[in-house]
Every structure is written in structure tokens, then in C-alpha cells.
Design a binder for this molecule. Structure first.
Ligand SMILES: [Zn+2]
Length: 717
């Protein structure tokens, strides 16, 4: 161990190395004003313990320069410190010696003009921490202190007590004070599952008067209090770290690794108010994840970050459960993941663990994509989405009703990608006029748990001329997951709950009735398959149309018995009506979830038709041609850009890709914003000059075959 004098000497060396002037933090890359919106391309170098002395900083600095990365995230401390920390029990890399690899890289990145944030990871601690502060270690439900699941020499820390609130606060302060970084990005800061340590027990008892719950049932009142307390405690920690950071550098922030869609833990609405910028941490596909999942993540963050910059973290490696952290994915897979994120307003961020790269095949594809992004930055610095349809997502429905809501959302998402509809995601706690009046249609894919107030907001939205498409149990539960007697939105649906739900229906169908926009394309079908969960409802007013009717389930074996006992009914499979100036479509079954499960084309057609009918008119962007193309339309300062990401690939629904398969040509129509005129049109990928014309306020462009992606950029005057 070094003595204090040696520490100070070293600190002096570091200060010189990092270009510090006395105790004053070095200026960030953008002095004066927020820096958060500036960076367009991020690189994260996550050191491993044996990097010091064994990696080549020049290699990375050269690469950052070549890819035009303008911001960097570097590992500094927490579990392992990569600088000469003076905080007691802050474990230094045993390879660090008298080096400061964090400070060295930071100085190099700043010379390149990059913004720089420091990464901490507080989730694991070494034996000396355990010995000195056993109360900082997480405890399992059996009262045992938790060894780290992947590295048994380490201990899992409690996120809600002294370890984070005291020790990591000291670490955070030290890094910001010594290095003047633009922010602290903390990974795994929110704990590793429920903790039963004495501190958590005491804090929860103070909060609720109860012992920690032993059930995961969200309808249990103590469990509900636990969820609220847990979230409040983490937001307290967020605010504490942010406050301490700002005391030293007002232009820096705590940048939590947090957030996501319906299944994410912390409330995205609150996150949207706390975070000046955020990083969407879904690093690659795994299992059956669709190739548009990065774009979905982008839209979920965008719903509450409201115009703030969001970077999308991409891993160069495989993201499977086996955690091959030194692996490298196919370059086309990496590029497609980034392209889909960028199309939906993520700024690319590539992360590399281990500064001593083994397999270097990822370097050229990332360089190629980042350089494309750099060349076209002007058309990628978006100001707002021009989508007029939004799918609502609901963390409270996932928490208090059930995580199955995500399957409904995924089904509707897939249907709208197939239909090439530009759409956003909207957060269910932000359904006020300011947030939703710009949409013509809100899709509620089994948004089951809604408060009276939220239902009232949706009613007002429709009264004001908006339209909704809702499925299955939407609004049948309150915000705590308690079932209502009737839908909160019964007045809009024109239907009331009859108290019965049939689950896992076998061999049930829907008859196609008289021609109607909702069954367009299914006229020759006569019958299509039903969903598998059916909710019994009763029309509360005469139906204007009944284009889809139930054929009840009948035996599917023995084969001799497979015939409909009740061949026809009048029971509606969809309620479609005008309400004031808006339109409402309600499906009393899980059409979206079933679509996600079996991907039957007919269900996709119903979902697509429902949005088309409620939209009342053409979308601001339409793309015609064969293939699976994910689209979006964004406004920049003096341009609009339409993105077409080519997902047409045999590995679209289960990665990874083998190669990019070019799509056929596409015909694109883009609505020219009112009051603007087209000055110039360019492709951001194809080197050719676009053939285009303007007809009745729409720009029409023929897009040649698309490899990875194309973007049609329209300069406006
Ligand atoms: Zn604890």
C-alpha cells in the first residue's frame, strides 16, 4: 500500500497529465452552455482490470479520430478503480501501479475535442469492503450475504444503503473533482435483485410499517409499497449524486444507466425530467429479438426524453445469455442494429469491453457506419418526429397487470413495421394534450391498467378529434391492477364488459362480413382465424357496421368432429365507431398478442387496417415496394429526412444476419410541411441523384435498391 505522501505525489502527476490547472476542473469540450445535445457519436471503452500497462492508448485515440467520435465514456471506478483513488476501500486495479489510465485516456480524448464522461460500476465489492463494512453487502431472502454470481471472489453490494449513498458518493465526488468530467455514467447502480439486509429492512419499516414482502404479487399491498419505496430510494440516490456532481461542475450530471420500455423498472416519466441526456442500453439482438428492436427502444426513450439527445449503446459482441464478452458479431448485424437506431433518433454509441481487442473484425464496419453518420450529420440532428401515429406503452400495466402486455405491444409494432407506417411510442403517463395532440391515432395494445385520470385524458383526446385503436383488456383495470366492473373506456368502445373472458381458445374463427375498411384485403377470405383470448362484451349502442363476427370454438379432434356447431353469430369481433370528431376501434380479443405469437398475415391486416381507418388519410410518409422496410420521418432545422432501413433478410426474425440482402426499388411519398417548399432532394447512401417530383403537396421519389439503409433528405425553404 502507498502512503499518503505517495498518493499526493501521484495525484500531482495525474493532475499534470490530465492538464488540470490546480483544483479547477478542466474545461469540457463545449465551454459555456449545455453540452448534452452536442455529441453525435459515442465510444465507450470499458477497461478490464489487466488493461493498465498492457493496452495501447494510441490505437484507441487514432480510432476515435478516424470514426469521428465526439464523445467518450471511460471506466473510472466503483468495483475497480483505474486511477489513483484516495477513497478508502476503493479497490485499485492490481495492474495499475503508479499509472492513471483513466486520466491518460481522458486527456487524449479531450485533445480530440471530445466530451468525456466517467463510468462507475458499484454493483460488486472486494473482500476488504466486506470485512470492514459487512452492512454494505446485499443479503438474500434466506439472510445470507450474496457472493457475486459470476466472480465468487467478489460480493454483491446493497444499492439502497450506505455503499451507494456514502461510499459511491465519495467516489463520484473524487472523480468529478479531480477530472472535471462532463458526467458520471453508472452501470448496475440500481441493485441486483431484492435485498434483505438490515438497512433495507429498517428503511422499509420506517417507510411502510411493514417487514419486507416475501411475495412478488403486485396486488399484495405490502409488495406494492415495496415497489414504490424501492423506486423512491433509487430516485433519491440519483438526485443525491446529481446534486454532488453539480456542486463541483454545474455543467455535469449523473447519467444513470436506466430506462427502457414497459418492462423497465424505473418510471420513465420521472427519468425524463431528471436526465439531461440518456443512453439506451440494448446492445444487440439475442434469441428471437426482431431487428427493429433498437428502433423500438429509441422510441420508448424518446417518448419521455422529449427532444433530448439519446445515444443507443451497441455492443460489438454477441449479447446472449452466455455472455461472451470478448466476442464479435457479424459486421452487417452490427451495422443494421445501428442503422435502425439512427433511423429512430438514437445517436450511435459503440461499447467495447477490454481495451486489448482480440478479434478486430468489428473495427471496419463500425468505422464505415460512423463515417456515414458523420458525413450526413446535418440530416441526422433531428428536431422532431413527424409521425402521426403512436403506440402507447405502460410500465404500470406491466408492473401491476402483467408483463404479457409487452407481447401485445410487440405484435402491434411488428404490424406497423410491415405496414410501413411511421409511428412513435407514447408513455401512458404523458397522455395530456401537450404530448398527444400531434398524433392522429393512439394505439392502446392491451393497455390494461389505466387510472380514471388517464381514461379521462384519452376521452378528451378523442373528443378533440383524435382516434384510438384498443385491444382486449385495455382500461379494464385501474392503475394498481384492480379489475373494474367495466372498461374505463367503455363510453369510447361502445361496448361493456360482461364479466367473462375465455382463455386459450382452440379452433375459433372470425367471419368476414360486408365490405368495410377494417377488413380490406380479406374480402375473399370468408373466415380468418380468431385470437386465443376472447373477452365477452355487449354493445352499448347499435353498431354502424359489423364486418367481423365470431365463430365459436369447436372440436379440433377427432377429425370427423371438426365442424362448426354454431357456424355464424352476430357477435362482433371488432367495434368500430365515430365518436365526436374521432374514430374508435376496439378489438375484444388479443389480436395483437396472437399476431406476435403466430404472425398470421390476416391479423397483421386487421391491425394495419385499424390504423389506416382511424388515421383518416394518408400518412406523412408512404413507402411502396416489396420487402420488410422500417421507416421513419424526422424534421431537422431546415430539412426533413425519411429513413428506410432494409430488414429484408432470411435472418430478420432470428439473428444474427449472414449478409445484407438488397431490397427491390421503393416508391416513396413524403408530405411537404405546410409553408415549405422543396429546395433539393438527396440520398444519404446511394451516390446517384434522385428522380423526384412534387404532386399535390407530396414529394415523390423513386428509391433504387437499398442495401443496409437509405435516407431521403429534403432541403426545405
Ligand atoms: Zn440492502
Amino acid at each position: 500500500m502507498q502512503n499518503r505522501r505517495e498518493f499526493l505525489q501521484q495525484a500531482g502527476v495525474i493532475a499534470a497529465g490530465a492538464g488540470l490547472a490546480g483544483a479547477a476542473p478542466q474545461q469540457a469540450a463545449t465551454a459555456g452552455g449545455d453540452w448534452y445535445g452536442r455529441p453525435m457519436r459515442w465510444f465507450q471503452l470499458a477497461f478490464v482490470e489487466d488493461d493498465p500497462g498492457q493496452y495501447d492508448p494510441a490505437f484507441w485515440l487514432d480510432y476515435f479520430k478516424r470514426i469521428h467520435a465526439d464523445a467518450v465514456c471511460l471506466s473510472a471506478g466503483g468495483c475497480v478503480a483505474f486511477y489513483p483513488t484516495k477513497v478508502p476501500f476503493h479497490y485499485r486495479s492490481k495492474f495499475l501501479g503508479d499509472r492513471d489510465i483513466f486520466g491518460e485516456m481522458l486527456a487524449g480524448c479531450r485533445k480530440l475535442g471530445m466530451n468525456a464522461i466517467a463510468r462507475t460500476d458499484p454493483h460488486a465489492a472486494h473482500q476488504d469492503v466486506y470485512d470492514a463494512h459487512p452492512e454494505w453487502i446485499a443479503v438474500d431472502e434466506n439472510g445470507q450475504k450474496r457472493r457475486h454470481w459470476a466472480d465468487p471472489e467478489l460480493w454483491v453490494t446493497c444499492a439502497l444503503g450506505g455503499y451507494n449513498f456514502e461510499f459511491m458518493t465519495d467516489v463520484t465526488i473524487e472523480i468529478v473533482r479531480n477530472y472535471g468530467v462532463d458526467g458520471i455514467f453508472s452501470n448496475r447502480w440500481a441493485g441486483s435483485g431484492m435485498c434483505f439486509c438490515k438497512s433495507c429492512q429498517a428503511l422499509f419499516r420506517d417507510y411502510s410499517g411493514h417487514d419486507l414482502p416475501r411475495t412478488a404479487d403486485p396486488l399484495d399491498p405490502v409488495r406494492r409499497q415495496y415497489l414504490l419505496w424501492h423506486e423512491e430510494r433509487l430516485f433519491d440516490l440519483w438526485r443525491l449524486w446529481d446534486t454532488e456532481i453539480k456542486k463541483i461542475n454545474p455543467n455535469a450530471a449523473f447519467l444513470a444507466n436506466a430506462g427502457g420500455g414497459a418492462l423497465s423498472g424505473l418510471d420513465m416519466k420521472t427519468i425524463g425530467t431528471l436526465a439531461p441526456t440518456l443512453f439506451a442500453d440494448r446492445q444487440a439482438r439475442h434469441g428471437l429479438m426482431a431487428p427493429w428492436a433498437n428502433g423500438k427502444n429509441a422510441k420508448e426513450y424518446g417518448a419521455t426524453l422529449e427532444g433530448k439527445a439519446i445515444a443507443g449503446i451497441t455492443s460489438v459482441g454477441l449479447e446472449e445469455a452466455y455472455r461472451w464478452k470478448d466476442s464479435v458479431q457479424n459486421g452487417d448485424e452490427i451495422r443494421l442494429w445501428m442503422a435502425d437506431g439512427v433511423a429512430h433518433n438514437l445517436r450511435p454509441w459503440v461499447t467495447k469491453f477490454n481495451a486489448k481487442p482480440i478479434d478486430k473484425r468489428w473495427l471496419p464496419p463500425v468505422e464505415q457506419f460512423f463515417n456515414w453518420h458523420y458525413r450526413n450529420e446535418k440530416y441526422l440532428r433531428n428536431e422532431k418526429s413527424l409521425a402521426e401515429v403512436a403506440i402507447v406503452y405502460s410500465q404500470q400495466s406491466a408492473a401491476y397487470y402483467g408483463r404479457v402486455v409487452e407481447d401485445h405491444a410487440l405484435g402491434y409494432y411488428q404490424a406497423l413495421v410491415e405496414a410501413r407506417v411511421p409511428f412513435d411510442m407514447a408513455h401512458d403517463l404523458l397522455l395530456d394534450e401537450d404530448h398527444v395532440s400531434r398524433y392522429r391515432v393512439l394505439v392502446l395494445p392491451n393497455i390494461a391498467a389505466l387510472s380514471d385520470r388517464q381514461c379521462e385524458q384519452i376521452l378528451r383526446y378523442v373528443d378533440a378529434g383524435g382516434s384510438i385503436v384498443a385491444t382486449y383488456e385495455t382500461s379494464l383495470y385501474d392503475e394498481w391492477g384492480k379489475r373494474r366492473k367495466d372498461f374505463g373506456l367503455a363510453a369510447l368502445f361502445g361496448a361493456s364488459f360482461e364479466g367473462r373472458i375465455d382463455k386459450k381458445l382452440q379452433n375459433s374463427y372470425l367471419d368476414i362480413g360486408k365490405p368495410h375498411p377494417l377488413v380490406r384485403g380479406l374480402e375473399n377470405a370468408t373466415r380468418i382465424v380468431n385470437g386465443v383470448n376472447w373477452i365477452h362484451v355487449k354493445a352499448s349502442s347499435p353498431l354502424a357496421a359489423n364486418p367481423l363476427t365470431l365463430v365459436p370454438s369447436y372440436p379440433d379432434l377427432p377429425m370427423e368432429e371438426v365442424y362448426a356447431r354454431v357456424p355464424h353469430t352476430d357477435t362482433p369481433g371488432v367495434y368500430a365507431r365515430e365518436h365526436g370528431k374521432g374514430r374508435v376501434v376496439y378489438f375484444p380479443f388479443d389480436v395483437d398478442r396472437t399476431f406476435w405469437e403466430i404472425l398470421a398475415n390476416d391479423h397483421g391486416t386487421l391491425l394495419k387496417n385499424a390504423v389506416a381507418w382511424t388515421s383518416r388519410g394518408e400518412q406523412p410518409l408512404s413507402v411502396t415496394g416489396k420487402g420488410l422496410i422500417d421507416v421513419s420521418l424526422w424534421r431537422q432545422k431546415s430539412s426533413i429526412t425519411a429513413h428506410l432501413v432494409n430488414l429484408t433478410n432470411p435472418m430478420a426474425m432470428k439473428g444474427p444476419l449472414r449478409e445484407i440482402i438488397p431490397s427491390p426499388p421503393q416508391h416513396v411519398r413524403i408530405r411537404v410541411p405546410k409553408g415549405s417548399q422543396v429546395k433539393a432532394v438527396r440520398f444519404l447512401v446511394n451516390p446517384g441523384a434522385p428522380r423526384y417530383r412534387t404532386v399535390n403537396g407530396f414529394l415523390e421519389v423513386e428509391v433504387p435498391p437499398i442495401e443496409l439503409n437509405e435516407a431521403v433528405a429534403v432541403d426545405l425553404v
